[in-house]
Structures are given as structure tokens and as C-alpha cells.
Design a protein around this ligand. Structure first.
Ligand SMILES: NC(=O)c1ccc[n+]([C@@H]2O[C@H](COP(=O)([O-])OP(=O)(O)OC[C@H]3O[C@@H](n4cnc5c(N)ncnc54)[C@H](OP(=O)(O)O)[C@@H]3O)[C@@H](O)[C@H]2O)c1
Length: 343
């Protein structure tokens, strides 16, 4: 029985998945396993769904674009009351305009910079005062807001390390702490958007990886603490969906690269040289031209975590190449995994 279950996903393997070296460019479809425990995105069962979705409210951060924007619309369509945290709402820019234009009383956009404690307090007050019954609390919190960058350790300034951590890690901690009292009241859900880069390191991605490893550790600790309170905590670890979101664009890569080169210490610039630097930037450019445009596996994972009576601890919406690489990098001896994927 167990053997059948374990072998089933392998029947669905694409041969492409067995290529150890990432071809980098080109789009790979996100493929699906049917066994949930090993599933990157899986065919999930909604047989046991929570009831009265229409009376449950969910706050999502980072709804101006990408996963956050798509999630706000998807969960609204499922019947939830949505508080869509938007960084650009007060400026009248970004996704909030389109979400407001839906003119639905269940779609409520909120100005929310996850790095700003005052904005956070105002958002909590706003949510609390507009909930139908604040004593019943808020059902879901999705910590989605995030930024990314790239660059070797020696190329990355301390300011950059701190800037990325401020949004991805401390923003997640700040938002969670602010909304937990409301989530506890409803015995609700916290869903943290991490990344496959929260499970395995990668050259030139340390400023991003360390924040996502932090999100993973924070989520695990929170899950242990919240279990007795009846609050369930899930982590979603997307693979490469860069083509489907605004996380990177060619303009952003160029801007990061120009700034990085200008600010490099003289000794680093001299030792590595411009040729090496440019090669690393083009590797990043081709990584960013890859990935899936279809973000639905991520959206479905979050929806499952919010609606299933038995949500998973971790969701892996990613294609077979990245799923296999993640399993090997996290389970095999480093001497083997590094040879296969890094050196
Ligand atoms: N795309 C992928 O391949 C991928 C893979 C793994 C994990 N992820 C994670 O998925 C999450 C969503 O990213 P995405 O891919 O959907 O990229 P995205 O389109 O850039 O979305 C990120 C959102 O976060 C917002 N944001 C940035 N700083 C913020 C702040 N201080 N406060 C509040 N909101 C802020 C951005 O607003 P502006 O647009 O106004 O800057 C944007 O709307 C991130 O946590 C990311 O790390 C993405």
C-alpha cells in the first residue's frame, strides 16, 4: 500500500525532471503529483471544506501585483471577505485601483506597508472596526508581500541585506504579531509565502534565501505555539513563477546590477573583474526569463490552506525540475547534491 503510494508520483515524472542541470531559459509547465505528501501542488481534495466561507475574512499583504493580486480576486470569488493590503493604495497606483473598481463590499483594499508599524496599527484598527463581529475575529492572514534581489555575498551591501529582510522577514513577523489576536479569536489560519529558496541555498541569492529560511523557521515555531490555540499555520514554497509576477523585470535587474557595480568596494571590483560580473548578471537575466506564467498552483495551494479542514504544513507548487532539485538538496549528503546542482 505504502509502496504503491510512494511509487505513484514517479509514474507521472517527466523525463525533463531528471535533468540535473537547469536548462535555465524556457518555460516548463508546472506538473502535478497525485500523492499529497510528495505533491508540488497536487490534486487536492476539498471534500472537507470549512463552512460559511461568506462570513470569513482574510487579510493578504502585497496585493498590488503578482500572487497577492491574483489571490485577492480568487478568494473573493470563492466568497471570502477580503482585506487586500496594498503598498501603493494611498498613491492611487498598483493593483488597488483594479480591486476597488470591482465595487464589491467584500473586496476591501487597505493601505499597508509591512515595514511601517504605524500603518500596521491603522490597518489592524480598520480591520477590527469593520469586521461584522470583531469578537469572532479574522479567519485568515496571508503573508505574501516580498521583494527580491541577487548578487554574490561580496557584491551585496549590508543595506541590501537589511532592505530585503525588512520586507520579507521582519514584515512577516510584524504583520503576524499585529493580527494574531484577531486570528486566535476565530481559531483561524496563517499562511506564509516562503519560497523553494527558503529550503535550499543558491549562489548569488543569499540576500533573498536568508529571509525565506527565516520565514520557514518563524512559521515552524509559530505552528508549534498555535496548535494548542486551534490556529493552523501553513507554508507555501513556490518554485519559479517569475514570468507570472512582478518580482523581477529586465529593468529591475539592470537597475540592481548598475547600482551594485557602482557601489562595489574597489578590491572586489578588481579581483572579480567586469567580465565575471556581467556573466553573473546575464545568468540572472536568463533565470528571470524562465519560470511559469501560470500562477494558479500557488493560488490553489493558499486557497487549500485557508479552506480545507486539514490543511498541509507545507505546499510545493513548482515544476518537477525544481521539486526534484529541492528533494535532493534537502535530503542527500551535501557532497552529492552540490556536485549535481551547484559546481
Ligand atoms: N514569483 C516567484 O517566482 C516567487 C517564487 C517564490 C516565492 N515568491 C514570493 O511570493 C511573494 C509574492 O511575490 P510575487 O512573485 O507575486 O512578486 P510581486 O508581483 O512583486 O508581488 C510582491 C508584492 O509585494 C508588494 N510589496 C513590496 N514591498 C512591500 C512592503 N514593504 N509592504 C507591502 N507590500 C510590499 C509589492 O508591491 P509593489 O508592486 O508596489 O512593489 C508587490 O505587490 C513574495 O513573498 C515572493 O518572495 C515568489
Amino acid at each position: 500500500m505504502l509502496a504503491t503510494k510512494l511509487s505513484r508520483p514517479l509514474l507521472n515524472f517527466s523525463v525533463k525532471a531528471l535533468n540535473f542541470k537547469d536548462p535555465g531559459n524556457g518555460f516548463r509547465p508546472v506538473q502535478r503529483f497525485s500523492f499529497p505528501l510528495l505533491s508540488p501542488c497536487g490534486s487536492r481534495s476539498y471534500a472537507n471544506e470549512v463552512d460559511q466561507i461568506g462570513s470569513r475574512a482574510v487579510l493578504i499583504t502585497g496585493c498590488d501585483s503578482g500572487f497577492g493580486f491574483a489571490l485577492a480576486k480568487h478568494l473573493h470569488d470563492k466568497g471570502f471577505i477580503i482585506y487586500a493590503g496594498c503598498l501603493q493604495k494611498d498613491k492611487g497606483e498598483g493593483g488597488s485601483k483594479e480591486l476597488d473598481a470591482m465595487k464589491s463590499d467584500r473586496m476591501r483594499t487597505v493601505q499597508l506597508n509591512v515595514c511601517d508599524s504605524k500603518e500596521m496599527d491603522r490597518a489592524v484598527e480598520h480591520v477590527q472596526s469593520s469586521l461584522e463581529d470583531p469578537e469572532k475575529g479574522l479567519w485568515g492572514l496571508v503573508n505574501n508581500a516580498g521583494i527580491s534581489t541577487f548578487g554574490e555575498v561580496e557584491f551585496t551591501s549590508m543595506d541590501t541585506y537589511m532592505e530585503v529582510a525588512e520586507v520579507n522577514l521582519w514584515g512577516t513577523v510584524r504583520t503576524t504579531k499585529a493580527f494574531l489576536p484577531l486570528i486566535r479569536r476565530s481559531k483561524g489560519r496563517v499562511v506564509n509565502i516562503s519560497s523553494m529558496m527558503g529550503r535550499m541555498g543558491s549562489p548569488a541569492r543569499s540576500p533573498y534565501c536568508i529571509t525565506k529560511f527565516g520565514v520557514e523557521a518563524f512559521s515552524d515555531c509559530l505552528r508549534y505555539e498555535m496548535q494548542p490555540q486551534g490556529v493552523m499555520v501553513s507554508i507555501v514554497e513556490p518554485g519559479n513563477f517569475i514570468a507570472g509576477t512582478n518580482l523581477y523585470s529586465p529593468e529591475r535587474i539592470k537597475a540592481i546590477a548598475d547600482k551594485m557595480w557602482d557601489e562595489l568596494p574597489e578590491i572586489v571590483r578588481k579581483d572579480y573583474g567586469r567580465k565575471y560580473f556581467d556573466e553573473q548578471v546575464s545568468k540572472m537575466e536568463s533565470y528571470c526569463n524562465s519560470g511559469s506564467r501560470d500562477t494558479s498552483p500557488v493560488i490553489e495551494s493558499v486557497a487549500h490552506a485557508l479552506t480545507s479542514t486539514t490543511p498541509y504544513t507545507r505546499y510545493h507548487p513548482m515544476d518537477y525540475y525544481w521539486w526534484l532539485r529541492m528533494q535532493i538538496m534537502t535530503h542527500m549528503p551535501a557532497a552529492i547534491a552540490d556536485r549535481l546542482y551547484v559546481y
